[in-house]
Unconditional design. Structure first.
Length: 303
């Protein structure tokens, strides 16, 4: 038995999977450092070489070209600016036999198109959506995770490696689902922050400290968040009158106060009016006794 052989009756510890990372911006660098810290041999490439050099001091191999980086390892992770930059970076690379994981933010259609593109070149493919900002990467307590969709075989084989920087949530074989979930959650976040910004604008010229108001805002938004579950149940049942707490007619009536207060405070209501206008349209269509969930029908352009 050699010095490196496992003791009889024990299971050998698997060697960390080597991988390639294309893109060493803020997110790519955070991912790279986490994989390096976990002992994964890592080859990196960046369009601007100087941005990849600091990782060399931490143990990464810096490739001269994207094609060289792809050739170095079977598992290739891409974290670039957009879908076009992914195509440009991989244009001259041989993808045959590679496992390509695309962490670049894109649309569902781009995910599906890129999957077909990769598979036509002999690669297995996963698309992804990162639900984190760079400082959250590598810290389990941060709650960071990544949506993945596409090749189930690829995810099964490399899931543990992909889980090193952040948690993983596999959504199935449709390569568009990761981007769809990502954008849906980000869209909800944008709507929330629009409301937050309007709320701070209302108090801005008064003797109210934003830092005193912030805990009230966080508490209120947290208390309202479970209404998401009610909306989901209404959507699945098709019954927008189920478990209504504050019906549409009541909320539209209350909107007058919201808009009047904005005017009194000298605050533009442009963050509110798209939503209040939608409410008025749905009320005019005869849905005053229902919840606001039914307004989704006005958003569906494919009906």
């Amino acid at each position: 038995m050699t010095d490196n052989a496992p003791a009889p009756g024990t299971t050998p510890t698997p060697e960390p999977t080597p991988l390639t990372l294309l893109g060493t911006g803020a997110m790519g660098t955070a991912l790279a450092r986490t994989w390096l810290a976990a002992g994964h041999p890592l080859t990196v490439w960046n369009r601007t070489p100087a941005r990849a050099e600091p990782l060399a001091a931490e143990g990464a191999t810096v490739a001269a070209s994207a094609a060289d980086a792809v050739a170095a390892n079977r598992l290739v992770v891409v974290c670039l600016l957009d879908d076009a930059s992914v195509g440009e970076a991989l244009e001259g690379a041989d993808l045959s036999g590679r496992d390509l994981v695309n962490l670049t933010t894109g649309t569902p259609a781009q995910g599906r198109s890129r999957a077909a593109w990769a598979e036509a070149r002999g690669a297995r493919f996963l698309d992804a959506g990162i639900m984190a900002v760079p400082p959250m990467i590598g810290h389990a307590e941060s709650g960071a995770y990544v949506f993945y969709s596409g090749s189930p075989e690829l995810f099964k084989e490399h899931g543990e490696t992909l889980a090193v920087p952040a948690g993983t949530r596999y959504l199935g074989a449709d390569p568009g689902f990761a981007a769809l979930h990502d954008v849906a959650l980000l869209s909800a976040m944008d709507g929330m922050f629009a409301g937050v910004l309007h709320a701070f604008a209302l108090i801005r010229r008064e003797d109210i400290a934003p830092t005193d108001f912030a805990p009230l805002l966080v508490s209120w938004l947290g208390a309202m968040a479970p209404a998401v579950h009610t909306a989901a149940e209404q959507l699945e049942s098709g019954d927008y009158g189920k478990d209504v707490v504050s019906n549409l007619a009541m909320q539209v009536a209350g909107n007058a106060t919201l808009l009047a207060t904005a005017e009194e405070q000298g605050v533009s209501a442009e963050l509110l009016t798209p939503y209040t206008t939608l409410m008025e349209r749905w009320l005019a269509a005869g849905h005053g006794d229902e919840d606001t969930t039914g307004m989704i029908e006005l958003l569906d352009l494919r009906q």
